[in-house]
Design a protein around this ligand. Structure first.
Ligand code: E4P
Length: 221
């Protein structure tokens, strides 16, 4: 399973990249705003900086909602770098835009997916990725992971090449469950990736190894 980092924070992207486990980056307008990136020129510059750090897929989300505007904005984003994936929120106009982009060889990530029907439409239009939001479904007492499973099954049944990018991943168990189900990618903040490192038996085991080594190597009196 590929690991994407879900952030616009350059330090976090660098740290995940340095760990050697990073396969790409996803951003959204809220994450850009959180970093204080405002105005078209700054946004474009920020995406360029991200692309210079990772040299792999970087999802850049349009803020346009109509077909014509989405096409214009998406083409501008795609021109920033060959690794930019144009991220479009699920809608009728977006489905048309995904079809247009896929015919032009521009890769897309259809975001804000909350049902299997939405994922199926995006796949039929030629989306490179669909992003079902696990955590936000869990937030409203609906099983987010069940949606990942449903979409993986449907895409496998028909051999769709669209990849399932599990988004809104909030904790380590989400990551493990995505991997068990066979999601192609999961995107999560750096904090969630780091939580995967931890186990109390690793900590106590290492402390004992080091203490035993120290004892055995004390100078003989
Ligand atoms: C997906 O690409 C979104 O950026 C993200 O995963 C949303 O996560 P959240 O529900 O924690 O905001």
């Amino acid at each position: 399973m590929k690991f994407f980092i879900d952030t616009a924070n350059l330090a976090d992207i660098r740290e995940a990249q340095d760990m050697g486990i990073l396969d790409g980056v996803t951003t959204n307008p809220s994450l850009m705003a959180k970093e204080g990136i405002t105005g078209k020129d700054n946004v474009m510059r920020h995406y360029k900086q991200i692309c210079e750090i990772v040299q792999s897929d970087v999802s850049a989300e349009v803020i346009s909602v109509t077909y014509d505007e989405m096409i214009k904005e998406g083409e501008e984003l795609a021109d920033i770098d060959e690794n930019i994936v144009v991220k479009v929120p699920m809608s009728g106009d977006s489905i048309k835009a995904i079809k247009y982009f896929s015919e032009k060889g521009i890769r897309t990530n259809c975001t804000l997916i909350f049902s299997a029907g939405q994922a199926l439409l995006a796949a039929k239009a030629g989306a490179t990725y669909v992003s079902p939001f696990v955590g936000r479904l869990d937030d409203i007492s609906t099983d987010g992971m069940a949606l990942i499973e449903q979409i993986v099954t449907i895409f496998t049944n028909y051999g769709y090449t669209t990849e399932v990018l599990a988004a809104s991943v909030r904790h380590p168990m989400h990551v493990i469950q995505c991997a068990e189900i066979g999601a192609d990618i999961m995107t999560a903040p750096l904090s969630v990736m780091k939580m995967l490192l931890n186990h109390p038996l690793t900590d106590s085991g290492l402390a004992k190894f080091l203490a035993d080594h120290e004892k055995a190597n004390l100078p003989v009196k």
